[in-house]
Design a protein around this ligand. Structure first.
Ligand SMILES: Cc1cc2nc3c(=O)[nH]c(=O)nc-3n(C[C@H](O)[C@H](O)[C@H](O)COP(=O)(O)O)c2cc1C
Length: 457
């Protein structure tokens, strides 16, 4: 551990994620897992990072970016950058100086939970006010504690040197033991689970929006600001940098993130936080909307000729997708768009979903691959349309099972709107009998639709 301290350690660190690697080596497993892990299968933890990669930039050039001002105002107070420290408990497990070191590295905001005992809440707020704090972070996302399986496996308990100071000296009504390893159970029992939106409705959208979870890069911060956030919070990187290098580590983590945001602003032609706008980024939603407005073959042809990307279209469509005029999405965005399609068609309209085996390669490409003896990966192509939009996703054999489970959930949630396909086919057949000259065309259509397994809902 000594080797890691000081300048030697700083040289190993070039970004926030490096601190996590070093902290993993330095901290006892039980403590590292407590900081790093999420609940149950940890899908949300992963998705919080993955989601950033699906938002793309529209860089701007030939803008004077020699001077960049990153300061902003939060609740009427000027701060040097739109990055703040998220409330995270138990910094002393990372470093003996704990929250004091973090607070010295940055002026931190206090956190408060809504406890059942409102007298306790009042005393905590007054104490924060008296200590000179200008704001508190109100925790509303944990009415129940998530099932943190890593903590269960490690039999997590508070280390001897960490005690619960928060409630010291307060008039706590009937509450009893507040220190020692009973922390999680104690806090969980105190939290008011009935706290609801009713209480915050008064704010009515006039409050600034702050966001946290998964922010590790300046590019992540820029994307959030472009999509409307007033500022972002970082949680775990503070704990990890504190564990590796104390106060200096937290300062370095904040500096690196600041530098990365500055470069991102420069490359996007922004000289102040106010200049970061929605038009600087492209989301998957933008791509779907732009594809349904104009025909994809025209866009694709333009892109091939000029090598420039048409507006809103930042991914290369496979040839087969272009021919079928469809938007190829990642499985999760496909499922959310499918959910929206079902919701839009609840009262009126239909959604068609088909699945078929597809290598996602055109015949010419397949022939070339066969000639070279290259193996072709067989995938499952899932398509959906509501008659206005066509979306699709391509699944590997590995992804298929997970997709099926989620697809089944989406289907079940919209079961009430499902209709049997045969009913319409029978009607069609009856109509076809009445008009004999149109029959061959209809039969052809019916037989071609058998090629792919389809469902209509
Ligand atoms: C170890 C740990 C302790 C936390 N303690 C609190 C807390 O006391 N109050 C709170 O509002 N949020 C708490 N959080 C949630 C963080 O504020 C933040 O939402 C979360 O860490 C996601 O941000 P990140 O991905 O940057 O870590 C905690 C998170 C972690 C990892």
């Amino acid at each position: 551990n000594k080797e890691m301290e000081g300048a030697g350690c700083m040289a190993l660190v070039t970004n926030l994620c490096d601190y996590e690697e070093l902290a993993k080596q330095k901290l006892p497993k039980m403590i590292y897992d407590f900081y790093a892990a999420g609940a149950e299968d940890q899908w949300t933890l992963k998705e919080n990072r993955d989601a950033f990669s699906r938002i793309l930039f529209r860089p701007r050039v030939l803008v004077d970016v020699s001077c960049i001002d990153m300061s902003t105002s939060i609740l009427g107070y000027k701060i040097s950058m739109p990055i703040m420290i998220a409330p995270t408990a138990l910094h002393k497990m990372a470093h003996p100086e704990g929250e004091l070191a973090t607070a010295r590295a940055a002026a931190t905001a206090e956190t408060i939970m809504i406890y059942k005992d409102r007298n306790l809440v009042q005393q905590l707020v007054q104490r924060a006010e008296m200590a000179g704090h200008k704001a508190i972070v109100l925790t509303v996302d944990a009415p129940w504690l998530g099932r943190r399986e890593a903590d269960a496996k490690n039999r997590f308990t508070l280390p001897q040197n960490v005690v619960l100071k928060t409630f010291e000296g307060l008039d706590q009504g009937k509450t009893d033991k507040t220190n020692g390893s009973g922390l999680a159970a104690y806090v969980a029992n105190q939290v008011d689970r009935s706290f609801s939106w009713k209480v915050v409705r008064e704010a009515n959208g006039r409050v600034p929006v702050f966001i946290d979870s998964g922010f590790r890069r300046g590019t992540d911060v820029f994307k959030a600001l472009a999509l409307g956030a007033s500022g972002v919070f970082i949680g775990r990187p503070v704990l990890f940098s504190l564990a590796v290098d104390g106060e200096a580590g937290v300062r370095n983590a904040l500096r690196m993130l600041r530098d990365e945001l500055e470069v991102t602003m420069a490359l996007n032609g922004c000289t102040s936080v106010k200049e970061i706008t929605r038009s600087h980024v492209v989301t998957e939603g933008d791509r779907i909307r732009s594809c349904s407005r104009s025909t994809i073959p025209t866009l694709a042809a333009k892109a091939t000729k000029t090598r420039a990307r048409p507006e809103g279209e930042n991914f290369a469509l496979p040839a087969i997708a272009r021919r079928l005029k469809m938007v190829v999405l990642q499985p999760d965005p496909f499922l959310s768009e499918l959910t929206s399609m079902y919701e839009r068609s609840t009262e009126k309209g239909s959604v068609w979903v088909t699945m078929k085996r597809s290598s996602m390669k055109c015949q010419a490409r397949l022939k070339k691959m066969a000639a070279k003896g290259e193996a072709v990966e067989l995938r499952c192509l899932v398509r959906a349309t509501d008659g206005k939009k066509n979306i699709s996703t391509s699944l590997s054999a590995k992804e298929y099972l997970k997709f099926q489970a989620s697809y089944a959930t989406v289907l079940k949630a919209h079961m009430h709107a499902l209709k049997k396909r045969e009913r319409k086919d029978k009607k069609k057949a009856a109509e076809a009998e009445k008009i004999p000259e149109k029959a061959p065309k209809k039969q052809k259509k019916a037989s071609s639709s058998k090629k792919s397994a389809g469902s209509k809902s």
